[in-house]
Design a protein around this ligand. Structure first.
Ligand SMILES: Cc1cc2nc3c(=O)[nH]c(=O)nc-3n(C[C@H](O)[C@H](O)[C@H](O)COP(=O)(O)OP(=O)(O)OC[C@H]3O[C@@H](n4cnc5c(N)ncnc54)[C@H](O)[C@@H]3O)c2cc1C
Length: 317
């Protein structure tokens, strides 16, 4: 059996969990094994996970689980259901629990997977050397933990079935630690899951100039991001900082405005499908990584771009 942990936020399954489930189903289909969806929320929809290929949805609704209890729960299900592979999204939760689950169950882990090949043994692709190359990994045995990089595996809602629901009543051990403060940033698509990201750098000069970046992001239904010095200066919140020391993202479109394109920034964004750069310096390193570029002053280019997109949207509404 292969199992995916399904994260639910505000009553909705996270897209990154459905991506992980889609990869799990592909593996299950090749290996001829059953595909399970595991959730700690009653809001996890059997229709949605079924449409992505899950045969069974196992739910334990005992309120919100502490991280150590979640690990305990998944490890207990692993043994009870004789699961061979646990597939997680490489989200903040997936990153936090993946290594611990692998250590507890004495399994190998391949994290940040962005593709796979149905060879024998199965091969999993990850990007390495700050996104400059891809490497292929396999498990020594036919079992392990896999975490899937958001936006790298398409969600396949191609199965016309509803997953069978079972309740799990695993006896969970008490929490190992308590979280002191948990704050969820609401309302916007998480940066790692966004299809379009509009990002600003030090070229914006001052945080008061971010209005045009937000306007562009709203027009494109995009998330906003920034370079590290921008977050370090307190112009933008730290959770928006992308790069080697920030978040690594893979949107379909990354628009970099007033960002130089230093190697440490590129490390987190160069897996984006298309990159557009707006910079007044034609020698800015970002142009080497860009698919499209505008050499110009962002204070002139971005307002004109916003105006043109607004007009286009009005005309094509
Ligand atoms: C160990 C380490 C880790 C790091 N990790 C990260 C990381 O994760 N993420 C990250 O981003 N950085 C990281 N950095 C910092 C990185 O090296 C760069 O310093 C940083 O990315 C530069 O940010 P920037 O491009 O916004 O600013 P700058 O380098 O100051 O570039 C500003 C750009 O804006 C352009 N510009 C200025 N005015 C205008 C205008 N009016 N119109 C158009 N363009 C304009 C300029 O031509 C320039 O290219 C790290 C550094 C180290 C040493």
């Amino acid at each position: 059996m292969i199992a995916t942990y399904i994260e639910v936020i505000d009553g909705k399954i996270k897209k990154s969990s459905l991506e992980a489930l889609s990869l799990a189903k592909d593996i299950a289909a090749v290996k001829g094994i059953k595909c399970l969806a595991l959730s700690t929320s009653k809001s996890a929809s059997a229709e949605v996970v079924g449409s992505c290929g899950a045969d069974e949805l196992i739910v334990q609704d005992s309120g919100e689980l502490d991280q150590s209890q979640l690990i305990d729960w998944l490890c207990k299900l692993y043994s009870a259901y004789q699961i061979s592979y646990i597939v997680l999204a490489n989200s903040s939760i997936g990153k936090a629990i993946g290594g611990q689950i692998a250590a507890k169950l004495q399994l190998g882990i391949i994290s940040g997977v962005n593709g796979w090949a149905a060879a024998s043994p199965m091969q999993f692709r990850r990007s390495v050397f700050s996104g400059k190359a891809n490497a292929w990994y396999s498990f020594m045995e036919d079992k392990g933990v896999i975490s899937v990089m958001p936006n790298s595996i398409p969600v396949k809602k191609t199965y016309s079935k509803v997953a069978e629901i079972s309740e799990s009543n695993v006896n969970l051990s008490g929490p190992v630690f308590n979280s002191v403060n948990k704050e969820l940033v609401k309302g916007k698509t998480p940066l790692t899951e966004a299809e379009v990201v509009v990002s600003g750098g030090r070229g914006l000069k001052d945080p008061s100039n971010w209005g045009m970046i937000e306007e562009l992001a709203d027009l494109l239904n995009a998330a906003t991001a920034c370079s590290r010095p921008v977050a370090d200066s307190g112009w933008r919140p730290h959770h928006e900082h992308v790069g080697q020391t920030g978040i690594a993202i893979r949107p379909n479109l990354y628009i970099a405005i007033g960002i130089s394109g230093a190697i440490q920034h590129l490390a987190g964004v160069n897996n984006s499908r298309k990159i557009i750069v707006i910079n007044k310096d034609p020698e800015a390193p970002f142009f080497k990584a860009a698919d499209y570029g505008v050499v110009g002053d962002l204070f002139e280019v971005v307002p004109k771009l916003n105006e043109a997109i607004s007009k286009f949207k009005e005309e094509h509404h």
